[in-house]
Design a protein. Structure first.
Length: 290
């Protein structure tokens, strides 16, 4: 089915999942959560808040939030209009056999217009749940970032220039493969997760990583120590977790929905916000010319 065009001024934000997917994996240590966001500068302008929670059927729990204000301490970098959002379990954390649920909520302030009245709401504009299983008999697949991502969800706004967007029906066909990571981006991500970020690769992989920047996960020392001790280390800032062993499994599936819940936020990456501001400037100039 061909993609359906929206209004000429409209904006569409798509969220895709690079890892994990709704499939069966072999047991792994310190797995990453790798998300991709299309039209990320506009999402930043809309002041988005993305929260995810990973839990199992036996008390494993991991949670984190990405938003417009915490770029300074998160792996949340862009190439063109696509962003890669990365987080992970603490160094040495193991996913035991069992069934896992990854739930996510994308929130943003948005407005509803009814005649002369405007209602401002803050809550979910998209949300969903992804399921995957982990086995210890080697019958599953291994960790990989090279495949075409899976579609999680999206929302469309009537105008990309509205500080309080009016959410409209999303009629565009998902294009998750547009979020596929390039080889240099994969190498950057994996070096970051190892605790020794290869800046020469990361500078070429992402537009908003500059030479001289400090792109380092706050658990880098623990990751290196764990790796030197024979373990596998991957993580980023701001996640929390608890765990124990897992057992039962059930069928893999994905669900998408909408809901309402409050937003939250914390520190700015100025360069990224400038991209969002540019959207408004260009839109204003176009309106003046017309």
């Amino acid at each position: 089915m061909a993609a359906t065009s929206g209004p000429s001024n409209s904006a569409r934000i798509e969220l895709d999942i690079v890892f994990p997917r709704n499939t069966t994996y072999n047991t792994m240590t310190t797995p990453p959560i790798v998300l991709a966001m299309q039209n990320a500068p506009t999402a930043a302008f809309f002041d988005y808040d993305l929260t995810w929670d990973l839990e199992s059927d036996s008390f494993f729990f991991l949670s984190s939030t990405f938003n417009t204000y915490n770029y300074g301490n998160k792996f949340n970098y862009t190439s063109g209009e696509n962003a890669v959002l990365l987080d992970a379990a603490p160094p040495g954390q193991k996913l035991d056999p069992g069934h896992y649920t990854l739930a996510w909520q994308l929130r943003s302030s948005h407005c509803t217009h009814d005649g002369s009245e405007t209602t401002i709401e803050t809550g979910n504009v998209a949300s969903g749940t992804l399921y995957f299983t982990v086995v210890d008999d080697k019958s599953g697949t291994d960790y990989s970032l090279s495949e075409c991502p899976g579609y999680l969800g999206s929302f469309s706004a009537k105008s990309a220039m509205d500080t309080c967007p009016e959410v409209i029906e999303d009629k565009v066909e998902p294009q998750p493969c547009d979020s596929r990571l390039r080889d240099d981006q994969i190498k950057c991500v994996e070096s970051y997760l190892s605790g020794e970020t290869d800046m020469s690769i990361c500078v070429s992989a992402f537009d908003d990583i500059q030479s001289g920047d400090k792109v380092e996960w706050k658990y880098a020392d623990k990751a290196q120590a764990n790796d030197n001790a024979g373990g596998s280390s991957k993580n980023t800032n701001g996640s929390t977790s608890t765990s124990s062993s897992s057992n039962e499994t059930e069928s893999d599936e994905m669900e998408n929905s909408s809901d309402d819940s409050p937003s939250q936020a914390t520190e700015l990456r100025p360069g990224f916000v400038q991209l969002a501001i540019a959207i408004v400037v260009v839109g204003s100039l176009l309106s003046f010319v017309q």
